[in-house]
Design a protein around this ligand. Structure first.
Ligand SMILES: Cc1ncc(COP(=O)(O)O)c(C=O)c1O
Length: 368
């Protein structure tokens, strides 16, 4: 007689309902054996001061649940707000999920809450909206990727609960005008929030945070994964009026930021020379890439971030695969709205950007 399968017996195809295709997020493959120019990371990593702070960790600090007062103060002071206006998160990804859960889950028999997402966008907005049970309202891009303000305003309905904006945008690097953010924040329903993802704000040199006191329905999201090179430690922040942050705070585990991230962040923020030096590299890298694209006749969009979107055209797969064979990872964005034939390349450290340019040129021109 066959025994009943227990919940723990292997049953690969019967693990319950699969999430819908929309809700399914495919983790990027683990590619660590080459030059990673596909995830907008700081490819030389963090400040040496971060390594020193990590080395100073004592065993009992690992044994205790982490304290957050000092790191929250350091983060708030860096962002120019009071500590009550900051909610630390285990990477901005967690903050986005918390905002989605707080505002986009269906309660009772109401119509599905809507999230407006101007495309092309950071794909996590789409996935998190679907996971929370919300309805995605995409806004299609203009040809030049300039922010589609009128179209976003036209997409607002009584069911709108979140407008997800990224400034500068990922994957285009194009900025969102502050005037557009203000207009949107003034026109959404009173229950809604405008989420301004500033993952790349250090490279742009401007932030919407000083405007928050006059727009209490706006939440700014920040990460220390990019300019500060802390991606593996997972730390970011939601910034906003305490009342607008509370629902997202309740949607997050109490101790989601670990002690390594908590000691690393103040050390990273204290090393302004390290940040400035990376920002200079990013600026030089973008100039180098723009010049290469001009030489190769490739369309690109001037970026305020540490990456650039480049239109390769029909040969996009050949370039992505050819670069990978040469040990360089680039990200195809070809399936994103308006980005057909486009790749995104990190423009961080100049030597790494030069290597990226060389492989693109090699594949396209057949040079050795
Ligand atoms: C626009 C945007 N938001 C958020 C994130 C996630 O940041 P974190 O590493 O802090 O989770 C990224 C990472 O690529 C991003 O591009």
């Amino acid at each position: 007689m066959k025994s009943k399968p227990s919940a723990l017996s292997p049953q690969p195809s019967t693990l319950g309902a699969q999430p819908t295709a929309k809700a399914q997020y495919e983790k990027p493959p683990e590619l660590y054996d080459g030059l990673r120019l596909h995830q907008n990371e700081n490819t030389l990593g963090c400040s040496p001061r971060v390594m020193e702070a990590l080395a100073r960790l004592r065993p009992e600090q690992i044994g205790f649940y982490p304290p957050y007062t000092e790191v929250t103060k350091a983060c708030a002071s860096y962002l120019g707000v009071s500590p009550e206006a900051v909610a630390l998160v285990n990477g901005l990804d967690e903050g986005i999920m918390a905002v989605a859960i707080a505002h986009l889950r269906v309660t009772g028999s109401q119509l599905a809450p809507e999230a407006i997402i101007p495309e092309p966008a950071f794909e996590i907005f789409r996935f998190d909206t679907a996971v929370a049970g919300g309805h995605v309202v995409p806004v299609m891009p203009k040809n030049d990727f300039q922010f589609a303000e009128a179209e976003v305003l036209a997409a607002i309905t009584p069911q709108t609960r979140v407008v997800f904006l990224t400034n500068p945008n990922n994957p285009t690097g194009v900025p969102v005008p502050f005037a557009a953010i203000r207009n949107i924040a003034r026109q959404v329903p009173k229950e809604a929030v405008v989420f301004v993802d500033e993952a790349y704000a250090e490279f742009a040199g401007r932030s919407f945070i000083p405007e928050l006191p006059s727009l209490p329905n706006v939440i700014v999201g920040r990460t220390f994964s990019k300019a500060y090179g802390l991606a593996a430690l997972r730390i970011g922040a939601l910034v906003g009026a305490p009342e607008v942050l509370d629902p997202a705070r309740y949607a997050m585990p109490v101790y989601s930021v670990n002690i390594a991230a908590a000691v690393a962040l103040p050390a990273a923020l204290g090393d302004t020379d390290y940040l400035q030096s990376y920002l200079r590299e990013v600026a030089a890298s973008k100039s180098l890439l723009y010049a290469a694209c001009d030489r190769l006749g490739l369309t690109y969009w001037r970026s305020d971030a540490n990456f650039v979107l480049v239109r390769i055209g029909d040969r996009i797969d050949e370039v992505i695969n050819g670069a990978r064979e040469r040990g360089v990872y680039l990200r195809s964005r070809s399936n994103e709205p308006g980005c057909e034939g486009c790749l995104r390349i990190t423009t961080g450290h100049v030597a790494h950007t030069q290597r990226g340019i060389d492989v693109i040129e090699e594949v396209l021109c057949g040079a050795p």
